[in-house]
Write a protein of this length. Structure first.
Ligand code: ZN
Length: 233
């Protein structure tokens, strides 16, 4: 792992990041996705590996969530930004990554989808979801004019000391990063908060490792999944 960390630290070009992803994907040695063969030769000019048994050509990202991504540098940076304490808006991220707003918006949502499914098992299966009553979050929520009265909770929720402390961190996050949010969208922000909280607990390599598996995602699916939350920024 040490040399991978060093590789990540030094990585600057897309080629460096491709090498890193290759090592992460085939940490146990190359395995052809078609025939599971372990022998390969390298096609240097195209950054591909060719299976010696079935001659399939693969790259570090083919068939994974990062399938077809050319600018690996920008993607890895965007993925790692989920470990950072202060969250950036898509606009700020776009400037940092030197991409257009639309591209950055798309990148960040795709990353959220992948992380959401990868971290789900770690988060909810282990501990169960943390249910925080809206009344508790009041200092950080404001009511959008289109909202009706919220349903009154039927029973009193008892929060443990640990839950109160986590809920307080959530309130601070909502106030600090977003200066309060609309109650209507608070669930989306809660999702974002949980993602970032969990991501920050993972090592950079483990976080990037979530992306060197899975299967490619269609652009359409990502837009459909997130379009109701376009207001989220
Ligand atoms: Zn093969």
């Amino acid at each position: 792992m040490d040399d991978l960390n060093a590789l990540l630290k030094r990585a600057e070009s897309n080629e460096d990041f491709r090498k890193l992803l290759e090592k992460l994907r085939w940490a146990e040695g190359f395995k052809c996705p078609r025939c599971e063969g372990s022998h390969y030769s390298r096609i240097k000019t195209r950054g591909l590996l060719q299976c010696r048994t079935c001659r399939k050509q693969v790259s570090a990202t083919s068939g994974t969530f990062l399938h077809g991504v050319r600018n690996l540098r920008a993607w890895v940076k965007a993925i790692l930004s989920f470990r950072e304490e202060d969250s950036h808006s898509a606009v700020a991220q776009a400037l940092l990554l030197d991409r257009s707003y639309a591209t950055t918006w798309f990148m960040l949502h795709k990353i959220r989808m992948v992380l959401g499914s990868s971290l789900y098992n770690l988060t909810f299966e282990a501990e169960g979801a943390l249910a925080v009553p809206c009344s508790f979050l009041k200092p950080a929520l404001f009511k959008a004019s289109s909202e009706g009265e919220p349903p009154q909770p039927r029973c009193k929720t008892v929060l443990s000391r640990e839950m109160v402390s986590r809920a307080c961190s959530f309130i601070v996050y909502l106030l600090d990063v977003f200066h309060g949010v609309s109650r209507k969208y608070s669930q989306v922000y809660a999702f974002e908060y949980a993602l970032r909280e969990r991501s920050s607990e993972l090592t950079p390599l483990r976080l990037i490792g979530c992306f060197v598996r899975g299967s490619p995602m269609l652009r359409r699916d990502i837009f459909e999944c997130f379009s109701p939350f376009l207001l989220y920024f």
